[in-house]
Ligand binder design. Structure first.
Ligand code: PMV
Length: 332
């Protein structure tokens, strides 16, 4: 039996809360280069492997928390009021519920994603990270950033990494309460590093990451090789990042992503997130590499592709992929 989220959080809360008037926070989205795939504890979102990501600068989520004057909790998303019965509002309010104790004060949560809808990125990582920071400020909890990262993880695993900009490593941790399972920023800048977002489909993903991970763990024989590969890839990626080597970073990240997808495809029923368009882009990337262009890709639990490259090749890649949306992770 795992410890409940509420039990873990309660250990860090003051005896009585002193809410402020309002609090605002921003957190960036992130793309994993060494993926998180598989939970050792599904209640606390504790991972089977450590992971490493790059945050997407200004693309992410702004969240503002204040007292609701309507007398009820209110949730707003991208300028629209959201029904409190919707899955989105329920998830968000139940997360806030971990922190508000017995306070009856109703809240107004206004959340705005700066990720363009055309980019095809999940917003749960930046969403829970921004919400956690806003809660910390609103209730004047003054929690240190490792604790905020560990708590954001309980909303969505990858949210632990969205507390920081730049390259970020999430250590899996070993504790039962998960408080050593949090992220930290790698202390380096790489201003020339670029991520290119290629949205290939607008459809909602058929199987979300939580169910996908569960199914993979239960049914894929290949999964047993994953934790070891992820551990080795993480070491290589950290070295690549500090050496600013795009070939080392790109090749390890692409291999890591395809290995994660191999575990998904070998699940039953199979989890194939790719579309024919995804495969066409992969082949185009490989052809460009054959011609000497240092470009690599990574993919998450969906059909969209993220390209990894450096500034000097940006113009050529934008010509090769007219829909490419380029992010400069170190522009903030
Ligand atoms: O944080 P979740 O539950 O959305 O899972 C994220 C899973 C991947 O995006 C596939 C990998 C990762 O590390 O972000």
């Amino acid at each position: 039996m795992s410890i409940s989220k509420a039990e873990v959080v309660a250990r860090y809360l003051p005896k009585s809360l002193a809410p402020g008037v309002s609090a605002e926070a921003f957190a960036p989205s992130n793309i994993a280069l060494c993926k998180y795939w598989g939970k050792r504890d599904a209640e606390l979102n504790l991972p089977i492997n450590s992971s490493l990501s790059i945050s997407l600068a200004k693309l992410g989520t702004h969240t503002c928390l204040s007292e609701s004057v309507s007398g009820q909790d209110e949730v707003w998303l991208n300028g629209e009021s959201i029904s409190s019965n919707s899955t989105f509002a329920k998830k968000l309010l139940s997360f806030i519920g971990l922190f508000r104790g017995n306070l009856s004060q109703p809240l107004r949560v206004v959340t705005t994603n700066t990720v363009p809808t055309a980019a095809g990125l999940a917003s749960s990582a930046s969403g829970f990270a921004a919400l956690m920071m806003a809660i910390n400020e609103f209730y004047r909890l003054s929690l240190p950033s490792e604790v905020l990262s560990a708590f954001a993880r309980m909303g969505s695993g990858s949210a632990s990494r969205s507390l920081y900009h730049g390259f970020v490593e999430w250590q899996m941790g070993v504790r039962e309460d998960g408080m050593d399972s949090h992220a930290q920023r790698l202390d380096l800048q790489w201003p020339e590093f670029r991520i290119g977002l290629l949205k290939l489909s607008t459809e909602q993903k058929a199987v979300d990451s939580r169910s996908g991970m569960g199914r993979t763990l239960e049914t894929s024989h290949l999964y047993s090789a994953w934790p070891m590969q992820a551990a080795l890839d993480l070491e290589k990626l950290r070295a690549a990042v500090f050496e600013r080597s795009i070939d080392q970073l790109g090749s390890v990240a692409e291999h890591n992503s395809l290995s994660m997808h191999a575990t998904m495809i070998s699940s039953w029923p199979p989890l194939l997130y790719w579309l024919p368009e995804s495969v066409a882009v992969m082949r185009q990337v490989w052809a460009l590499r054959e011609q000497g262009m240092p470009v690599y890709f990574t993919m998450d639990a969906g059909p969209n592709i993220k390209l990894l490259f450096t500034k000097e090749h940006q113009v050529s890649l934008q010509q090769a992929f007219p829909l490419l949306e380029v992010v400069e992770p170190f522009s903030v």
